[in-house]
Design a protein around this ligand. Structure first.
Ligand code: ATP
Ligand code: MG
Length: 203
């Protein structure tokens, strides 16, 4: 039998994608020997419905530009193409149907997102289908053990912590900086910075 592929999944709103996402994905890729990382911009995230997320096309283009120079990074429009809110379970099911036999999946999240896992739709089935790598993020490392224990044996088998470089960068802060006319240089790739200014995003 052919060797199993290891694929990382980096889901997010990516409004905009930033260096925190990229450094985290690359650190997990190297540490876990992943063959590739799929960046999946959310279509219409259920938990951010009323906060005015930037149109998906802009978020998708920025994600493509930010990742293109890494031969292991790819972008999937799977959630953007799907009508209605994106649920991770639908994405994982689709990927598993498409590649499941030959692929092990590693879902990459920041420690802040992993703390919410117990509230995710169909989390039990998600944990049957993929591993979770929780990357350290400033200010939110405390509760990971609680989450792992919450899921018991399955949690210990499926959820892992990785000490990645802790970068105090968030998309929320970047949007505020743009609004206030402050610099976002070096917190996002140059191409993303140019795109934000050219399209007048976050003003
Ligand atoms: P926002 O401020 O709008 O919530 P964000 O910076 O948290 O944006 P998201 O698109 O919400 O970015 O995050 C996608 C994924 O990337 C989540 O799992 C999140 O925890 C993770 N992530 C975001 N920023 C970092 C960072 N600086 N370090 C590690 N992980 C991060
Ligand atoms: Mg976030």
């Amino acid at each position: 039998m052919a060797k199993k592929q290891k694929t990382g999944i980096m889901g997010g709103t990516f409004d905009p994608i930033h260096v925190g996402h990229l450094v985290t994905a690359e650190a997990v890729r190297i540490e876990y020997g992943l063959d590739k990382v799929l960046f999946i911009p959310a279509g219409n995230p259920p938990h951010k419905q009323d906060t005015g997320v930037t149109p998906a096309i802009h978020r998708y283009i920025m994600t493509v530009m930010a990742t293109y120079s890494n031969p292991h990074f790819f972008v999937s429009p799977i959630e953007i193409d799907r009508a209605g809110p994106s649920y991770t379970i639908d994405t994982i099911r689709a990927l598993n149907t498409q590649y499941g036999e030959q692929t092990d999946f590693y879902f990459i999240t920041g420690a802040d997102a992993v703390v919410d896992l117990p509230t995710w739709e169909n989390i039990d089935e998600i944990l049957n289908l993929c591993n979770f790598i929780a990357a350290a993020r400033p200010g939110c490392d405390g509760d990971l053990d609680k989450v792992i224990n919450y899921f018991g044996e399955k949690g210990r088998r499926r959820i892992f912590r990785l000490a990645t470089p802790e970068l105090e960068i968030s998309a929320t802060d970047i949007r505020e900086r743009v609004k206030q006319g402050r610099s976002i240089k070096y917190i996002v790739p140059e191409s993303v910075e140019s795109y934000i200014h050219k399209e007048g995003l976050y003003l």
